[in-house]
Ligand binder design. Structure first.
Ligand SMILES: [Zn+2]
Ligand SMILES: [Zn+2]
Length: 132
C-alpha cells in the first residue's frame, strides 16, 4: 500500500498514512481556532491506518455533539497533527497541511458551511453540510 508522510513544523512529530484520494474541509469554530485559519483541511482515515512517531500533546474540547473532540498537536511548535472524536471513534482527521505540497487531493466534503466567509468558495461537485 502506498503511503505519504508528513511532519510538524519542528519535525519532532511525523505521521504516515495511506495515500489519500480525497480531503475534507471543516469550517467549524473549533477548527478555525486550533488551525489559525478559516477552515481546517483534513485527511480522514481509520485509527489502525495512522502511524505516528513522536508524542503529540492533547487538548480536549467539547464538540457540537456534546462529546469530546481530542486535538493532538505538537507541544514544541504548535502544529495541529490529528483529531479524534468520541462520537465516532472509527475516524481520525489528520491535518493535511503536514504533508508536502502536491500530496493533498481535492476536497470532496465541506463541514459547517454555515460558517464559511462570503468570499470562500466550495466547488460545485462537493458535499456541503451545514453542520456535521
Ligand atoms: Zn513540532
Ligand atoms: Zn472542525
Amino acid at each position: 500500500m502506498s503511503t505519504i508522510t508528513g511532519v510538524c513544523n519542528c519535525r519532532n512529530i511525523s505521521v504516515t498514512i495511506p495515500t489519500p484520494k480525497e480531503s475534507m474541509l471543516c469550517h467549524c469554530e473549533s477548527c478555525r481556532k486550533s488551525c489559525g485559519s478559516t477552515y481546517s483541511a483534513n485527511l480522514i482515515i481509520g485509527p489502525s491506518q495512522l502511524q505516528v512517531s513522536g508524542q503529540p500533546a492533547q487538548f480536549k474540547a467539547i464538540g457540537t455533539s456534546g462529546q469530546n473532540v481530542t486535538r493532538n498537536f505538537c507541544s514544541n511548535c504548535g502544529s495541529p497533527i490529528f483529531t479524534t472524536i468520541d462520537v465516532d471513534p472509527s475516524q481520525v482527521f489528520v491535518k493535511a497541511g503536514l504533508f508536502p505540497p502536491g500530496q493533498v487531493p481535492k476536497p470532496t466534503i465541506h463541514l459547517f458551511v454555515k460558517n464559511m466567509e462570503d468570499w470562500e468558495v466550495a466547488e460545485e461537485d462537493t458535499t456541503k453540510l451545514e453542520t456535521q
